[in-house]
Design a protein around this ligand. Sequence first.
Ligand code: COI
Length: 353
Amino acid sequence: MQVIPRTVLKQKPKLDSSLGFGQYFTDYMFTMKYTKEEGWHDAKIEPNEPVKFDLATTIFHYAQGVFEGMKAFLQPDGSVCVFRPDENWARMNRSCERMCIPQFPAELAEEGLEELLKLEKGWIPSAPGTALYIRPTIVATRVMLGVHASTEYLFFIILSPVGSYYAHGLEPTKLIVESYYARSALGGTGEAKCLGNYAASMKAGEEAEEKGFDQVLWLDSAEKKYVEEVGSMNIFFVIGGEVVTPALVGSILPGITRKSCLQILRDRGYRVSERRISIEEVVAAAENGTLDEAFGTGTAAVISPVGLIRYQGKDYPINGGRMGEITRMLYDTITGIQYGTKEDVYGWRKYIG
Ligand code: COI
């Protein structure tokens, strides 16, 4: 693959837990372009520098774009692994289908990612809880104001050394149930990882933060009755010994960490269900003492315990605001596989190089 070198490398930040999330970016990026005539072409690695776009470019006006989130981890023997990248490429192509973006060759994206990671290995942090976050993105690049699917696209992968997603690390998060705004509706784009879903969530997110909460817990948009997801993570509850997560009804992102947790739980004999779960059921369980645990799952969020949920002005503390046993088991298992300290029984580690 063609590599365009840069003359001056960036000053690296301290690669430790002070990194925060998504604030620093490495020296290089992978890019490829799409045109109707040539298909996907011009795949290369080039310096990660600001790029110029005409202000009439489709992405700025109609948000025709999709993205993914993955992580690369430094292993104890110095090698590098990515967690389940094939799942991300497959989901990204499903998101493309929903957003009228042409399917991209996953093998070429993977090759680009692997070359990029080999070049940027020095940016992978090794402190506990840190990783190199991978952000593949596709944006519509045709210069045209008509509301039509673009005929040109840019695919890029940028890399960011990260610590934990939440500023408070593994401290349990506080969620507020959103009863007015909607993130997505059935038939909408909720299960695609498209840019607009995140823009749609910001108003509620900002209001939640002003009230001292970390995130919003979204309900279904039609009835405002069933729990859906958190936006940056999927949600699980442990109620009376049963591990429950909302079924993927079409308006919920099919998380890869979610899928991995379900497999681990089922294989270990836990009672697990993917079903509709009403917010009334959750708060009733909190009130009668059967809501044992709640946690979120995601690439950025990993496994994040939930310590409190506010619904209709009332606070429901969960497990005394502490991380529960099942949450801890999943956190240890997933991170053990990712950081190479546990056996990879499922073959989820993809070794680079
Ligand atoms: C991820 O977990 O990778 C996400 O994409 C969620 C969020 C940071 C946008």
